[in-house]
Design a protein around this ligand. Structure first.
Ligand SMILES: [Zn+2]
Length: 418
């Protein structure tokens, strides 16, 4: 079996790996580069042959983050796509709410953690991992008696940290090559740790207690670990979590009855103007009805501001202005600081200034710290460690044994010297 990183050997985002055995091929991820100005076929990695070719058996997506699946829009719709069943439902539920035409995965394989399946000469075993995307997997690919382990994106400090501990306690054996993500390298000192989701919950409880009015917590509704954190902190401080129809649809799509849902007693639905227009124009009345058991209205927001946490998105701004519910409000930014610094939310920044709403930032990474990466490598004890999904592949040899870096576009054998 041989491998080529088409994109990702020295960058975060746009990951795409090809594996080949006896002339048959599989792709692992087909991500949109993070710095892509738009999503066009020109972004497909050079050297990647996607045209109708029976040797290409399918694409296995590790998790539903755009930098891992975003270029699916440009592959033949007949090409089967593997991913988690819940991840597939989430993408389908989210698509109507998002601008443009977000790519939807073609039918293929639905992962079950630990359950191997066969694709031509390849045996694939997905392993559910702890990550900021829901239903994220690492993938073990076996062919010809050789074993490649693709870490995908993962961490050890989220709400599913047990999965990491289980993996290092009972690692898959005899791994010849480990494709290891290294997002945290260069972003966190070698011996430092990221805060856990529990830490974030604790800090958020403090912020909510210090907020006399409405708490606006800005995160991605698809970061379900964080949504749970926000829900728990709100419940602990006597606040109801108010979500919009998009978040309600995502939570339902998980199919997980342990995650907050629109019908829970501590949850309410608020439908901003933009979504009301969508409901009317697209006839989403059934979907609205399915989530409307605890629907609230602008006047409720104003009346119950001090007992409410709103899962905030920028499209709520106009609605909140009209609801006149912002006295004593506080804004908690709960995603990657790079988006804020890069100007993605300059509109929010101005809006906050206009209303005199204070901003605090509470976030933790979706990626493992260098300490946890080392524990992972030690446990798997692979024949070689190949850097991927990192801006600092040159740091790998300082942290891990048997590192074998490979440039984008280079083919290398899973087993033995390159
Ligand atoms: Zn990710």
């Amino acid at each position: 079996m041989r491998v080529c990183i088409h994109r990702g050997s020295r960058q975060i985002g746009g990951s795409c790996v090809e594996v080949e055995h006896e002339g048959r091929r599989l792709l692992l991820d087909l991500g949109l580069p993070l710095d892509a100005p738009d999503n066009t076929p020109a972004l497909l990695p050079a050297g990647l042959a996607l045209a109708d070719d029976p040797a290409l058996l399918g694409i296995l997506i590790s998790h539903p983050h755009l930098d891992h699946y975003g270029l699916l829009a440009h592959v033949p719709p007949t090409l089967p796509v593997g991913m988690g069943a819940a991840a597939r439902r989430i993408l389908r539920a989210a698509a109507p709410f998002l601008p443009g035409e977000p790519p939807l995965p073609a039918p293929g394989w639905d992962y079950e953690s630990g359950r191997a399946f066969q694709i031509g000469p390849f045996t694939v075993t997905p392993y559910l991992v702890d990550h900021s995307a829901y239903d994220a997997y690492a993938l073990l690919i076996e062919a010809g008696g050789e074993r490649l382990f693709y870490s995908g994106d993962f961490r050890a400090h989220g709400r599913k940290a047990k999965l990491f501990e289980r993996m290092v306690a009972h690692p898959p054996k005899g791994i010849d090559a480990l494709l290891l993500e290294g997002s945290s390298l260069g972003r966190l000192a070698d011996d430092a740790r990221f805060p856990s989701e529990e830490d974030i919950e604790q800090a958020l409880v403090k912020e909510l207690r210090a907020t006399p009015g409405l708490a606006l917590v800005h995160t991605s509704a698809q970061n379900l670990d964080r949504v749970v954190t926000i829900f728990r902190a709100s419940r602990r401080t006597g606040r109801r979590l108010v979500i919009d129809l998009y978040a309600a649809a995502i939570l339902q799509a998980t199919g997980n009855p342990n995650l907050p849902q629109s019908h829970w007693s501590d949850v309410a639905l608020y439908v901003p103007h933009w979504q009301r227009v969508k409901i009317k124009n697209e006839g989403w009345f059934e979907q609205l009805a399915a989530h409307a058991s605890h629907r609230i209205y602008p006047e409720d927001l104003a009346q119950q501001a001090g007992r409410t946490t709103l899962l905030f998105r920028p499209l709520h701004q106009g609605d909140l202005d009209r609801a006149q519910c912002l006295t004593g409000a506080r804004y908690v930014y709960s995603q990657w600081e790079g988006y804020w610094e890069g100007g993605s939310y300059d509109g929010v920044r101005e809006w906050l200034a206009r209303h005199g709403i204070p901003r605090v930032a509470l976030h933790t990474s979706g990626h493992a710290s260098p300490v946890d990466l080392r524990r992972f490598v030690q446990a798997l004890a692979p024949g070689k460690v190949v850097p991927i999904h990192s801006f600092q592949p040159e740091r790998y040899p300082q942290l891990f044994p048997r590192v074998e870096p490979h440039a984008d576009g280079q083919w290398w054998p899973v087993k033995g010297p390159a």
